[in-house]
Design a protein around this ligand. Structure first.
Ligand code: ATP
Length: 366
C-alpha cells in the first residue's frame, strides 16, 4: 500500500460484509420522520496531511499573487516591440522571426489606440483563409495587420476578446482575467500622464507569471501530491496526436478545432518523439511561402530554429513541486506526460497549472 493509500479515508471503510448495529427507534413519530427527510449538509471532506500541506502551499501562492502587481513581474530593463496595424502581415512575420518573439501588441496610429495583440492564432487564421481560397495568394500577400479581423470573419472564427489590465492591479487579478478569457498572455495598459492616451507597458504571459511564482514562493515545495492523485490537472483523454508523416495542415486544423497550442508527435508504437507547437507555424510561413503548407510534420519541424529548447516530459508520479522547479530552471511551455516506456499518457500545460494553482478548492477558501 502506498503512503497516499494509507491516508485515504476510503481505505478505512468497513468491508462490504460488515453489518452495522441498528439504532432505529421502535416506531417513527411524524416529527422525527420529517427531521430525517431534511436535506443533509454535505459531509466535510476528510483531508490527509498531504492534502492539507498541498492546500497550504496553494494558499501561500495565492496570497503572494494578491500582494504583487504585474509591474513586479517585469524585469528592470526590457524591450517591447509594438507593430503598427498598417504593416503587411508578411513583414510582421519577418519582424517576429528576426527578434525571436511570437507575439506583439498592435497599435492603430490613425486613432492612436491600442489595437489588441498579434499572436500565432492570427497567422493560423491567415493560413486557413489561404487554404480555403488557394487562388487568393496575391491578396493574401497584400494583407495588412488591420485586415486580420476581416479574415477571422471570412473563415468564421470567433474574434478573440482582447483583455488587458493596468500594471498596478494585483497579479492575482491578471491571472483570473487570463483564465476566464483563456488568453495565454495579457497586455499591461496604462494611461499616459501627459496625453491621457492608452500606453502599452508590456505583455505578461502565463510562463512569466509561473516563473515569477517558482522563483519567489518557496511554498511551491509544499505541492507534494503526485499528478496521479490530481486527475483534473492536465488532460489525459481524447488527446490530439499526430505522426511525423501527418500533413502539417491536418495538425493545424487540430490546433484550431481543439483550441490547443501543441500536438504530441508519436511513432507507430505510440512513443512520444516530438511535439508540434502552434509557434512552429511561424517558421513554416516566414517570408510568405504558403506552398510549404503541403509539408509533413517531420519536414515542418526541420524548420525550427537551432535554439529550440526541446520538449519537456514528466510522469504521473511527479509532483507539482517538481514541475514548479523545472519552470524555475527552464524555459518550459508544457509537459508531455509519459510512462516508463515513453508512451503518451497526457499533456500538462501552463494554463492547467495556473488554473489549479488559482482555483483548486477555492470555494472552501472564504
Ligand atoms: P500555451 O501552451 O499556448 O501557453 P495553454 O497553457 O492554454 O497555452 P493549450 O495547449 O492551449 O495550453 O491547452 C489548453 C487545454 O487543452 C489544456 O487543458 C490542455 O491540457 C489541453 N490540451 C493541450 N494539448 C492537448 C492535446 N494535444 N490534446 C488534447 N488536449 C490538449
Amino acid at each position: 500500500m502506498s503512503a497516499s493509500d494509507a491516508a485515504d479515508p476510503a481505505h478505512s471503510n468497513p468491508p462490504a460484509s460488515h453489518v452495522a448495529p441498528t439504532h432505529q427507534p421502535a416506531f417513527v413519530t411524524p416529527r422525527t420522520y420529517l427531521e430525517g427527510a431534511r436535506p443533509m449538509a454535505p459531509p466535510t471532506p476528510i483531508l490527509s496531511a498531504l492534502d492539507r500541506e498541498q492546500m497550504e502551499g496553494l494558499r501561500a501562492i495565492r496570497a503572494f499573487l494578491k500582494v504583487r502587481t504585474s509591474y513586479d513581474v517585469l524585469p528592470l530593463s526590457y524591450r517591447l516591440i509594438i507593430l503598427d496595424t498598417s504593416l503587411l502581415v508578411k513583414k510582421s512575420l519577418n519582424i517576429l522571426n528576426q527578434n525571436g518573439i511570437v507575439s506583439a501588441p498592435l497599435w492603430d496610429s490613425q486613432s492612436s489606440t491600442f489595437a489588441g495583440l498579434l499572436t500565432t492564432s492570427d497567422y493560423i487564421n491567415v493560413i486557413q483563409y489561404y487554404w480555403q481560397n488557394p487562388d487568393a495568394l496575391a491578396r493574401v500577400d497584400q494583407f495588412r495587420l488591420d485586415s486580420l479581423r476581416d479574415i477571422e470573419k471570412a473563415i468564421g472564427v470567433a474574434p478573440i476578446e482582447t483583455v488587458s489590465i493596468h500594471p498596478d492591479r494585483p497579479l492575482y487579478e491578471a491571472c483570473r482575467k487570463m483564465l476566464s478569457s483563456r488568453a495565454r498572455r495579457i497586455p499591461l495598459v496604462d494611461i499616459d500622464d501627459e496625453t491621457r492616451r492608452h500606453m502599452v507597458v508590456s505583455v505578461i504571459t502565463q510562463y512569466r507569471i509561473l516563473k515569477f511564482v517558482a522563483v519567489n514562493v518557496k511554498d511551491t515545495q509544499r505541492l507534494r501530491k503526485p499528478l496521479r492523485d490530481l486527475p483534473n490537472v492536465g488532460t489525459y483523454s481524447n488527446l490530439a496526436t499526430a505522426h511525423m508523416d501527418t500533413p502539417v495542415m491536418d495538425v493545424i486544423h487540430m490546433l484550431v478545432k481543439k483550441n490547443i497550442s501543441s500536438v504530441p508527435i508519436l511513432d507507430k508504437d505510440g512513443t512520444v518523439i516530438n511535439v508540434f507547437e502552434a509557434v512552429d507555424v511561424i517558421a513554416i510561413i516566414k517570408g510568405g511561402v504558403y506552398d510549404d503548407l503541403a509539408l509533413s510534420v517531420g519536414e515542418a519541424l526541420l524548420k525550427r530554429s537551432d535554439d529550440f529548447p526541446g520538449i519537456y516530459t514528466c510522469s504521473i508520479y511527479d509532483q507539482l513541486a517538481t514541475i514548479y522547479d523545472t519552470i524555475r530552471k527552464s524555459r518550459v511551455h508544457r509537459f508531455v506526460v509519459i510512462d516508463e516506456q515513453s508512451k503518451l499518457k497526457g499533456v500538462l500545460t501552463l494554463s492547467d497549472i495556473l488554473n489549479y494553482t488559482l482555483l483548486e478548492g477555492e470555494e472552501n477558501e472564504y
